[in-house]
Design a protein around this ligand. Structure first.
Ligand code: 5GP
Length: 114
């Protein structure tokens, strides 16, 4: 797949407000936050969309989710709540083709989403 701006953030070629990092996962604040807390959790391995995740990377997706959950707990808003969202392709509203979880918190979320 082609490089994306998230690849540049992983390589520290462009700045980001990084809040969490481990061997497989990086998390940083969204540049256009949609809630008081809006953090993107990405695998360091570039995978374009959810449709492109191979069976062999199922554990990586688990790590991504657990990293977001652990960070939510560490920040103290896990019990009041939050939303994890992944957009896939055009109808899903995906604009950056390196998979990511949006972690949104700090306000009441609504349903259905726009
Ligand atoms: P998507 O639309 O693909 O689900 O989410 C991409 C997200 O990346 C958007 O929420 C957008 O605001 C965020 N984003 C786009 N460019 C940058 C950037 O340069 N830095 C950061 N931190 N976030 C970005």
């Amino acid at each position: 797949m082609g490089d994306t701006l998230f690849g540049k953030i992983i390589r520290r070629e462009i700045p980001a407000d990084i809040v969490y990092e481990d061997a497989d996962v990086l998390a940083f604040r969204d540049i256009a936050p949609q809630a008081p807390v809006h953090v993107l959790f990405i695998p360091k391995k570039p995978i374009a969309t959810l449709n492109d995740v191979p069976d062999t990377d199922a554990a990586l997706i688990g790590k991504l989710v657990m990293a977001a959950v652990c960070w939510a707990k560490s920040q103290g808003f896990a019990d009041t709540g939050y939303r994890l969202v992944t957009n896939c392709n055009q109808d899903g509203g995906q604009t950056v083709f390196h998979i990511h979880l949006h972690l949104l918190a700090g306000r009441q979320m609504h349903w259905p989403p726009g």
